[in-house]
Ligand binder design. Structure first.
Ligand SMILES: C[S@@+](CC[C@H](N)C(=O)[O-])C[C@H]1O[C@@H](n2cnc3c(N)ncnc32)[C@H](O)[C@@H]1O
Length: 278
């Protein structure tokens, strides 16, 4: 699809413009999100309309207007073509999600991770879905694993509103408890020593939540810990952070797996480490 877009623009862009064009984009069902380099600003409408013509599922094309920011990790977006609508209707792994792309974080790029972890979840496990956003992790787990229950913790009230809606749409209210609040507080209070497995998809700053997250994890429970770090030392650094916190709490650190999730920038990657804390 990204190749098709490049092909469709072949005759509409100059050689100079083609050289800076970023052909990849995120598909959020009816909304496409694309990066437009500043050199192509005058062509953004043309690019947006070409994308709408190529993929009839897209009704709106947004351009990225800045990096994710703030504690809710929101991405500034601007509509460049199609309907004036920011509500995405997106499908993944047999689940449906509705959310406002301006007011909540969502990344389709973690869909493989959600399925990978679904396959690791054992029957009757209690899962902590921390930094749950609009619910992609807990809902995909609910549909694709034999978990007993998930506690979905999220701070952003808008995301929590969408999460509650998505839990209902996907008929998993019996298995998912939505908790609005700060992971650091919820983990050491309501969820103390209650989870067999905890997912921490907070790659920027997730290390500041390890201490309390460990308190919510049962003995020999598993944590999936995401980080964005310098390529060369990413695994080393992520492992060192997790191990240090386990040692502080006199828990045995056992590395189960490590993976590159996706490239992040020229020098950084997003990684995940799976570890057991004894
Ligand atoms: C990188 S996003 C991940 C969202 C979701 N898991 C996904 O993959 O689409 C991180 C999420 O953590 C939430 N968040 C930030 N600080 C938090 C905190 N202290 N406690 C709970 N959630 C928090 C943000 O609002 C955001 O929705």
């Amino acid at each position: 699809m990204a190749g098709n877009l490049k092909q469709a623009l072949e005759k509409k862009l100059s050689e100079k413009e083609k050289a800076v064009f970023v052909k990849s984009f995120d598909s959020l069902g009816n909304i496409a999100v694309i990066e437009i380099p500043k050199e192509l600003k005058k062509k953004e409408q043309l690019i947006g309309n070409t994308l709408l013509e190529l993929n009839k599922n897209f009704k709106t094309v947004c351009k990225i207007a800045g990096p994710h920011k703030g504690k809710y990790r929101l991405q500034p977006l601007k509509i460049i073509a199609g309907e004036k609508n920011f509500i995405a209707e997106y499908k993944e792994s047999g689940c449906r999600f509705v959310f406002d792309v301006r007011k909540t974080f969502f990344s389709p790029r973690l869909s493989n991770e959600r399925l990978r972890i679904s396959k690791l979840i054992k029957k009757n496990e209690i899962i902590g879905c921390f930094f749950a956003g609009v619910s992609p992790f807990p809902v995909v787990f609910s549909k694709n694993s034999e978990m007993k229950k998930a506690f979905a913790v999220e701070l952003n009230p808008e995301a929590v509103k969408m999460m509650k809606k998505n839990v209902l749409i996907n008929k998993c209210a019996e298995k998912i408890t939505v908790i609005q609040g700060d992971v650091n507080k919820i983990a050491r209070t309501k969820l103390k020593n209650s989870c067999d497995r905890i997912v921490m998809p907070m790659p920027h700053g997730g290390e500041n939540f390890l201490k309390e997250t460990l308190k919510a994890l049962k003995k020999n429970g598993v944590i999936h810990f995401y980080q964005v770090l310098e390529k060369e030392t990413a695994f080393e650094e992520a492992i060192a952070r997790a191990k240090k916190e386990c040692i502080k709490q006199k828990r045995k650190f056992v590395l189960l797996d490590k993976k590159i999730v996706r490239p992040f920038s020229a020098t950084k990657v997003q990684v995940v480490i799976d570890f057991k804390a004894g």
